[in-house]
Design a protein around this ligand. Sequence first.
Ligand code: GTP
Ligand code: MG
Length: 202
Amino acid sequence: MEKEKKKKAEFICSAADYRDLPALSGQEFAILGRSNVGKSSFINHVFENKSLARTSGTPGKTSLANFYRVEKDMFWVDLPGYGYAKVSGSEKQRWSRLISSYCEKRSNLTGIIWLIDIRHIGVKNDLEACQWLVRLGKPVFPVLTKADKIGKADRIVQQKKAMSVFNLTMEPVIYSVKEHSSRALFWERFEKWYRGITGDDN
Ligand code: GTP
Ligand code: MG
């Protein structure tokens, strides 16, 4: 992947169910995290395109798996959030079925970008997700979102806390959609991680 150039992404399709997923193609990266953690905002911010993914102040905005082409052979998949209590029972079931079947069965799923709210490290839903991710065994790239909501010193404290609470092998990236510097830092770390998990030297 090239470095300095602005990254582009285009929307490809949405799927409400495992059966609706597009044909297997290239490498896929899932964006996983609690409802309202900032998954869709993160996608828009890293690609500098506000109209790519729909965001909302109300949890439960993304209800489908949305596919974006990032490079010729790389796709990112914005998933519904987990852990939102106010979604109806059957809808919640569909979401968690979609998330788990997609992540467990999709053979070209190469890695998971896991978003965690920097202010709330170790909440029950994230601890459960963490155990599930360990069982899943796919490479995980952790990102701590909404960093602008806390001070600089606290960010480091929370970063260390996340590493120990979730037993992470890599330092999570501290991210804020209100700070330009987050984007460059993310891409630098993501590309390094990507090369590490795929052995791609480009
Ligand atoms: P669901 O699709 O409902 O699971 O939510 P999501 O994880 O996609 O979250 P979304 O991107 O819709 O953002 C939720 C809310 O958090 C919105 O009001 C965003 O503006 C806000 N938000 C996201 N990232 C940041 C951030 O870095 N800083 C601040 N201050 N707010 C953020
Ligand atoms: Mg969303």
